[in-house]
Design a protein around this ligand. Structure first.
Ligand SMILES: O=C(O)c1ccccc1N[C@@H]1O[C@H](COP(=O)(O)O)[C@@H](O)[C@H]1O
Length: 226
């Protein structure tokens, strides 16, 4: 069984053509760009548009945004034309539906998880968001809702209805990804800090190590498909 046909892999927070190319060559299905000024991974819309054109259909493009206003969404859709929007703030199900209807794009809704009760927040988004992204909660002192390089207890997901289409994120790296897949059984993985040499600086060596680790994952771990 080929890992690449079984799991979607999103590499997020890219800002160079080189790291886009390495990610795609190694099997990334989704390439993420961050539109959030407080983030070290933020890229301006013009640069994002250039990178999205560079992807040129080789992978799905995803713009990560946090509680975006309509004007920002309009610009992102018009100038970047991504395949997906990732909503990583406090967007309500109604807001997610409004954004999805207005843009016609696929929408991934990020939800923070720290304990089992947090999984109850998923249900209102089902049938609205095209995918749920389960991330860790923002650590104390961080001004970022994501991209903190922190994992949550994946064993909590044993309580999750297996039909929920979710991607797993939060602190994934080459050393823990096999455990993450075996325990959480997601249908996709989303990684940012774990393939960086410093906040916002993607590292080709770390990207290669991450994909090497994915390639070692065996058939038994790949049971998260929908
Ligand atoms: O990466 C960021 O800076 C970011 C900023 C604002 C919202 C989301 C962000 N990133 C997302 O965070 C998760 C986990 O990242 P990490 O691997 O723990 O660093 C991922 O979904 C990114 O898309």
């Amino acid at each position: 069984m080929n890992r690449m046909t079984e799991l979607d892999i999103k590499i997020c927070g890219l800002s160079t053509r080189e790291t886009v190319d390495v990610s795609i060559a190694r099997g990334a299905s989704h390439i993420g760009f961050v539109s959030f000024e407080k983030s070290p991974r933020h890229v301006e819309i013009e640069q994002m548009a250039e990178l999205a054109r560079h992807v040129d259909g080789r992978a799905k493009t995803v713009v990560v945004t946090v509680d975006p206003e309509d004007g920002e969404i309009d610009r992102l859709v018009t100038e970047v034309a991504p395949d997906w929007l990732q909503l990583h703030g406090r967007e309500s199900p109604e807001r997610v539906l409004a954004i999805k209807s207005a843009t016609g794009l696929s929408v991934m809704k990020a939800l923070p998880v720290a304990d089992v009760d947090d999984l109850d927040r998923i249900a209102p988004y089902l049938g609205i968001a095209d995918r749920i992204l389960l991330d860790s909660k923002r650590p104390k002192g961080s001004n970022l809702p994501g991209g903190n390089g922190v994992s949550f207890d994946w064993r909590l997901l044993a309580a999750l209805d297996r039909t929920v289409p979710f991607m797993l994120s939060g602190g994934l790296d080459a050393d823990n990804v096999e455990d993450a897949v075996r325990i959480a059984r997601p249908s996709g993985l989303d990684i940012s800090s774990g393939v960086e040499s410093a906040p916002g600086i993607k590292d080709v060596g770390r990207l290669q190590r991450f994909f090497d680790a994915l390639d070692r994952i065996g058939e038994d771990e790949l049971q998260g498909d929908l």
